[in-house]
Design a protein around this ligand. Structure first.
Ligand SMILES: Cc1cc2nc3c(=O)[nH]c(=O)nc-3n(C[C@H](O)[C@H](O)[C@H](O)COP(=O)(O)O)c2cc1C
Length: 239
């Protein structure tokens, strides 16, 4: 009887040991299940684990996404200014500078065209009776402009170009400045001349549009390079 009990005890211990071992190691089925689970896990691991390049790429994507999101937040629209370059040019020197300025800034370009074009005789500053001399001797002269700008309100910044005539802006520039409401806009004058500096050539214009913000103007030589023109314009830190 004692022998039988010993044998039963030995069988029970063997069975319980076997049960213990199977709970710590995969079974065949568990192994299969575990295997497919591992594949899923691996795939999850693969999905979640990224090489540094992939991480960088995903970070970039998410930062781009968040940048894009923030770009649509109210008030975060681009603050880029809409720029107009308006100019008068009797012999095309100022026109060249104006074109370089507009090209470089991506600005609109508008030529102030006199209704009555200036002839060579008109521009004869050696003749006190020439049209230009008569106009410049009369501060109230307002030569008429042909056409105009219907949508001036869309511009934030207006560059105003002209040739120096007797140290001043030609009177037609006063006609131009008095034709629009520049309140709240930023205005910048530029000119070309034979030798005179910018001086106070824009003072009459400033008085006529005193509610605008005027930045310091600049004089260029007739053949100013695009680099020179843009170096000046970019130094104004408009935008
Ligand atoms: C009527 C008249 C007056 C001028 N007065 C001056 C002047 O006071 N100082 C100067 O340096 N150049 C003077 N100039 C030369 C012009 O300013 C210069 O040639 C300018 O670049 C012309 O520009 P535009 O080709 O755009 O008209 C005068 C030219 C004219 C026709």
């Amino acid at each position: 009887m004692k022998k039988i009990a010993m044998i039963l005890l030995a069988v029970l211990m063997t069975l319980s040991l076997a049960a213990c071992t199977s709970s710590n190691e995969p079974t065949g089925n568990d192994s299969n299940t575990g295997s497919s689970q591992n594949v899923m896990d691996n795939s999850q691991t693969e999905d979640n684990s990224m090489t540094p390049a992939e991480t960088e790429s995903q970070n970039k994507q998410s930062s781009e996404t968040s940048d894009d999101d923030s770009a649509f937040e109210p008030g975060s629209e681009s603050k880029d200014s809409k720029i107009l370059v308006a100019y008068f040019s009797a012999t095309n020197n100022t026109e060249g500078v104006a074109q370089k300025l507009a090209d470089g800034l991506g600005a609109d370009l508008y030529e102030i065209v006199p209704e009555q074009p200036y002839t060579d005789e008109d521009l004869d500053y050696g003749n006190s009776k020439s049209r230009s001399s008569v106009e410049m001797n009369d501060p109230g002269s307002r030569p008429v402009i042909s056409g105009g700008i219907s949508n001036m309100e869309q511009y934030d910044v207006v560059f105003i170009g002209y040739p120096i005539w007797w140290g001043e802006a030609p009177r037609i520039m006063s006609t131009f400045i008095e034709s629009y409401d520049f309140s709240g806009k930023t205005l910048v004058a530029f000119c070309t001349s034979a030798s005179s500096g910018f001086g106070s050539s824009d003072s009459a214009l400033k008085s006529a549009a005193s509610t605008a913000t005027w930045l310091d103007g600049h004089r260029f030589s007739a053949g100013a390079s695009a680099e020179d023109v843009l170096a000046w314009a970019n130094g104004l830190e408009i935008n």
